[in-house]
Design a protein around this ligand. Sequence first.
Ligand code: FES
Length: 238
Amino acid sequence: MDRRRFMKICGVTAAVAGLQARYTESVEAAELKEYSRVKLVDAQGQPIKAKSLTTKDAYVFNYPYAGTPCFLINLENKPAGGEKLMSDNGEYTWEGGTGPNGSIVAMTAICAHQLSYPKKDGTPISYYATEKSEDAGVAGVIVCCEHDRVYDPAHGGKMIATNKKATQPLASIRLEYDPATDELYAKGVYGGARFDDFFKAYKKELIEDYGVGGAKQEVADTAKTVLLSEYSAQKDRC
Ligand code: FES
């Protein structure tokens, strides 16, 4: 083999290896990232009991960071799970629900479009448990009224097709259920989490709410879990 052809083959091989490495990195980025195993507790610090969770509203807990809100939702029915979803970071498999009926799911409450999130004074992104969303025409969906994106919590937070430009699914939170105690734990995040973008986009607001660097503190031990209606004073409806 002449030297030029040999160098060309080496170059192509290296390029393919580079592409594969990048592809692997991007796929891994969508796979589970483990954080502290954190027990979900109520406003008084008592463990949330899975069997007592309502299906009529979403709960909010902050995880994996002090300033990153997530929805905890007890669906009416157990979702199938096992779906292959595509995030901006690559493909991943949504695990489905947990809890006594397999109906409890959790996903980030930070909109996958432009990162709107529930604040104390109000939230543009909400779970429509029983009431139909005007945008979606159905109940049982998460809707962000900022620019009308609709997500399906029974399918891993995947965006429901509308006339809006598609966005990736809401990133999922891995939960663990302890049947002996009926308690729930958050253990990690998978899918297209965009926490760094979120911290940059809302730096000023997060400093106001959590102090300098407070929002980026990893949650440890317990996470306070309250109804969305208690977490945010008002919900936008759309
Ligand atoms: S930020 Fe939620 S739809 Fe745009």
